[in-house]
Write a protein that binds this ligand. Sequence first.
Ligand code: F6P
Length: 471
Amino acid sequence: MRRSALVVVAHRLPVDDSVAPDGACEWRRSPGGLVSALHPILRKSPATWVGWAGQAGAARQVPDLDGVHMHSLPLDADDIAEHYEGFANSTLWPLYHDAVEQPVYHRRWWEAYQRINQRYAEAAAAMAEPGAVVWVQDYHLQLVPGILRALRPDLTIGFFMHVPFPPPELFMQLPRRAELLRGILGADLVGFQRAQAAHNFAQLAVKVLGLQASDRRIAVGDRIVRVGAFPVSIDTADMCSLATSGPVVARARQLRSDLGDPRHVILSVDRMDYTKGIEQRLKAYSELLDSGQVKVRDTVMVQVVVPNRERVEHNRALRERVEREVGRINGEYGRVGEPAIHYLNQPFDRAELAALYRVADIMAVTPLRDGMNLVAKEYVASRVDDSGALVLSEFAGAAAEFTQAYLCNPHDLDGLKAVLMHAMRAGPDDVEDRMRAMRGHLRVHDIRAWARAYLLALDRTGSLAARLTID
Ligand code: F6P
């Protein structure tokens, strides 16, 4: 078996399959995300990625990707129902997002969570060479660092939480809270998106496990676990070059004309998820139409919703409510050939999204709670002429970095309406100053800077830098 100096463990492999015209299965790198972040490091180090290839049943053979070995783990229908849709996405996901929907607790989901975490940890242990670095990703795999440390004390283990980490009063609801905390504390470095999440975690280590902790260091037996904020980002340069490519520019022009050349295009792009604040946004928009502050021919809203986790009950119910409301708004305020809201519920490719970003005079990113929100960052990266107003929820991780956005509280409908109107009425100088500042930040704080900062922090002794070619 091939062993690696760096092993990334994530619920999914960073690939999507598609069927080629001749019927053969083709694997493509998933857009954005971790793999592009790690690409420069993975390419030069013997690396393995452990994850699921995205279909129930036996493990699928996935070819190496840019020299990175893809180790595919099998998940059957019960594993997916109980671990992914159950404990990960119906217990942890709502709880970690401020319980905006009621978290559901089932003991058999916890058993599945343990079983699947054990499987990922064993695979990582088998793939890691002596003294390797293993970097575990996200809320699906919080027990992996602890299991891995017991199996392979020689490893350096990192853990990064992509979603928010809740305050103690919410986390304390979890029936298996102590085990989850101990699982994460198997890591040498625990990374979060925001400093507040690191603070919540350290407080819980004290409260639940009686450990000595500051927001940066937690003493676990004779080990020190370090904790910190490492806000994730996007491949800024790649997004810029896509947004300025000929086909995207032409497509943006076409889209604007298809939308009727309105004065304002407001865009939102979300996964179908109740944390994204889609209903609140629609309500605010509907009230703006109702009061006449926004007029249909003058302003067009485009709401893209990408289908996701459709078997999670809360999301199924959300889709019904959203579609009913869009129908009502279009019925009441639209005209023939001029809907108030262009609603699209379908997967989108990156080029089409980039064209939409270029068309959007106002981008409304208004989640109720979000670990980061990379859509906000993609929008900023694509606004190469410094135009475009970002309306951003204070409850998205991105708000900690994009302080120049038009910030809003999406729970406050009148406030949200006022911020949308402010963004629509803002003068070009104000819009440009804000966008320029955000773009400047994003140029420096891109996904590579994120991966580098995390791995260098993990590399306390400096020995990994040479092994992993972190330059
Ligand atoms: O935000 C957490 C996250 O797991 C992202 O990493 C991912 O892009 C998104 O949610 C959707 O994930 P999935 O389709 O695997 O549930």
